[in-house]
Design a protein around this ligand. Structure first.
Ligand code: GLU
Length: 459
């Protein structure tokens, strides 16, 4: 059985890169009949915030990436770290060091001046110092040989032990450091497989040294490629929103988000899939080593595909909150018909909701480009259409379509020269469902009113 974990530091809201890490851990555990756990790495008391922890847990819950046990918090586990530290002290694998910051600084400067890599040189290792309020606890790391990380994605990665210095495990105030907690927790939570971002590769040999000193079993590792923006720089707010919440608020469904993020570094023949498909087909060994590029256009395409797979009832339900937010309520006239008419107009729920606005609210303006191209020279056409429409008895799509053909024939105009000015008059833009249906949805009175307003506007 494999046990994986997602171990976020609650120093910010849930980042989409973090969601991908959590997702791959979750999928991997499901494929191995295992467990998926969450551990809040909140040892950094200054930067860790409860509100971020809540955000992270709620985000994962929304996506359906739920832990099999209650999440644990490092801030509540000091006893475990204290015991592990005792063990290392007793076995002689760790030692107390009283070097002052000034002394360490001087040491590093001298190393740099001599062209060496600055690192702690182990000067306190054999001094047999006792614990005091001035000492930190350091791990006595092997000075020779190499440490091999067996990575499921990258294969063997070798590190020379002489390049790794004696890591601090406990600070002088007795508080445990990040790497130490991370290793103790992986053991205590019985983790078998660590799946995390590539930025943790260089930490791994250090953590392996702590594990070995504590006599813990080896872990399996998989380091996921970084997520970059389109300019190949690390994904940041300059490229696109980075927090899960932002995508949720933009109206991307959880299915879309999971599908998009799973494709960051992994691919399959089918581009559109569900979490269950992922469990059936994902293979951690096929995750790429190279960085993955986050592309919003691809996300839009994936979103359109997922939305088009929803039946009408589900679509109406899922877009409901976005309609409410712009003050369009389910009891509005033609509510469902209008939503369904516009459901393929845009890639996200929020944008689709926005696109229905012209049906429910008076127009605020006409799209300038469309006005220039289609509306300006169309006074005669609109006046003629107004008369004809006014005399139409049966206001149905079929009748309206027939009338539109007659208008075209009367002027001998191509389709756009008749339809686009009318569309702009009704919707403010050239974007609408078929024109006959658009007129039907607006109803006779409102259609005529809007055409009249457009005629006045052209003046
Ligand atoms: N807390 C670390 C982070 O948020 C993750 C450490 C790990 O997965 O081992 O980047």
């Amino acid at each position: 059985m494999k046990i994986t974990r997602f171990a976020p530091s609650p120093t910010g809201t849930l980042h989409i890169g973090g969601v991908r890490t959590a997702l791959f851990n979750y999928i991997f555990s499901r494929q191995h009949n295992g467990l998926f756990l969450i551990r809040i790495e909140d040892t950094d008391q200054e930067r860790s915030k409860k509100e971020f922890e809540v955000d992270i847990l709620q985000g994962l819950q929304w996506l359906g990436i739920e832990a099999d046990q209650e999440p644990v918090r490092q801030s509540e586990r000091s006893e475990l770290y204290r015991k592990a530290a005792e063990k290392l002290i007793n076995s002689g694998s760790a030692y107390w060091c009283n070097c002052t910051p000034e002394e360490l600084d001087e040491m590093r400067k001298a190393q740099s001046a001599a062209g060496k890599k600055p690192m702690y040189d182990g000067r306190s290792r054999n001094l047999g110092l006792a614990r005091s309020s001035e000492t930190v606890l350091r791990l006595a790391t092997p000075e020779n040989g190499e440490t091999i990380v067996n990575d499921l994605i990258r294969g063997e990665i070798k590190f020379n032990n002489n390049e790794l210095d004696d890591l601090i495990l406990l600070r002088s105030d007795g508080s445990p450091t990040y790497h130490f907690c991370n290793v103790v927790d992986d053991y205590e939570q019985k983790i078998t497989t660590v799946i995390r971002g590539e930025d943790h590769i260089s930490n791994t040999p250090r953590q392996i040294h702590i594990q070995k000193a504590l006599g813990y079993p080896d872990l399996e590792y998989a380091h996921l490629p970084l997520v970059l923006g389109e300019d190949k720089k690390r994904l940041s707010k300059r490229h696109a929103a980075t927090s899960l919440n932002a995508y949720k608020e933009m109206g991307y469904t959880k299915e879309t988000i999971i599908n998009t993020l799973a494709l960051l570094g992994w691919s399959t023949q089918e581009e559109i899939f569900s979490t269950n498909d992922l469990i059936a087909n994902f293979d951690i060994k096929n995750v790429q080593k190279g960085a993955a590029i986050f592309d919003l256009k691809r996300m839009d395409w994936i979103s359109s595909q997922h939305l088009s797979n929803l039946n009408n009832d589900d679509f109406i339900k899922i877009i409901g909150p976005f309609m409410e937010e712009i003050n369009i309520h389910a009891d509005a006239q033609n509510y469902e018909a209008i939503i369904l008419a516009m459901r393929t107009s845009k890639p996200s729920l929020r944008q689709i909701a926005e696109s229905t606005k012209p049906f429910f609210f008076p127009l605020e303006e006409y799209d300038p480009k469309g006005t220039e191209k289609f509306l300006k020279g169309s006074k005669e056409l609109l006046e003629h259409a107004f008369d004809k429409l006014q005399n139409l008895n049966e206001w149905t799509e079929t009748e309206l379509d027939m009338l539109l053909i007659q208008i075209r024939d009367f002027f001998n105009y191509p389709v756009p020269k008749v339809n686009q000015p009318l569309r702009i008059a009704l919707m403010g833009t050239t974007m609408s469902p078929s024109l006959g249906y658009t007129l039907e949805l607006f109803g006779k009175e409102e259609s005529l009113k809007r055409i009249q307003t457009a005629i006045k506007f052209i003046g």
